[in-house]
Write a protein that binds this ligand. Structure first.
Ligand SMILES: CC(C)(COP(=O)(O)OP(=O)(O)OC[C@H]1O[C@@H](n2cnc3c(N)ncnc32)[C@H](O)[C@@H]1OP(=O)(O)O)[C@@H](O)C(=O)NCCC(=O)NCCS
Length: 140
């Protein structure tokens, strides 16, 4: 079984009861926060850094980088082979389908999938979402 690579681990804040599956890459250079009871499938890529590319006189490699933090809230399940881009928040209780690329924030309890990841449906109806939202997973 392959391992997990964590870059800039000092910038990773991680909750309790978290599962990170094999071959995942946690690129925490610009900060990553992972809540409680989060599951990351195989080969998930959390990317917090972009390369600058707008200067016509320099190769991309020499233009520097910029980044933004990723936040994954409590009770999120990220499917296998998902990439999450810089600055994204995955709301509480959301699910990201296998092979997705997440380019925009995902609402709590949304099931989102595809490239780019789009909302497919909610896990629960509105009433159950408000019940689930009351659960405090830090003391669960
Ligand atoms: C996201 C997921 C949980 C949804 O499961 P579900 O609730 O049973 O949803 P459905 O299979 O009914 O799919 C609903 C729609 O979303 C689409 N869809 C589901 N998963 C998708 C994905 N990963 N990418 C693109 N579209 C997807 C389906 O094609 C379907 O579209 P349609 O309504 O046009 O037919 C599941 O498809 C998935 O991707 N699971 C991840 C599995 C995985 O990575 N396991 C590794 C161990 S962690």
């Amino acid at each position: 079984m392959g391992g997990v690579i964590i870059m800039s681990p000092q910038r990773l804040v991680i909750g309790n009861h978290v599962l990170i599956n094999a071959y995942s890459i946690i690129g925490a250079q610009s900060g990553i926060s992972i809540g409680n009871y989060v599951m990351l499938g195989y080969n998930v890529n959390l990317a917090t850094v972009n390369h600058k590319y707008t200067n016509p006189k320099l190769p991309i490699k020499k233009q520097g980088e910029y980044g933004a933090p990723i936040s994954i809230e409590d009770d999120v399940w990220i499917g296998a082979n998902v990439t999450i881009l810089p600055g994204i928040t995955i709301g509480k209780g959301a699910i990201i389908g296998a092979n997705s690329v997440v380019t925009k924030n995902i609402k709590p309890y949304s099931i989102a999938a595809g490239i780019p990841a789009r909302h497919i449906k909610y896990r629960f109806n509105k009433k159950y979402r408000s019940i689930a939202n009351m659960i405090n997973y830090s003391s669960y």
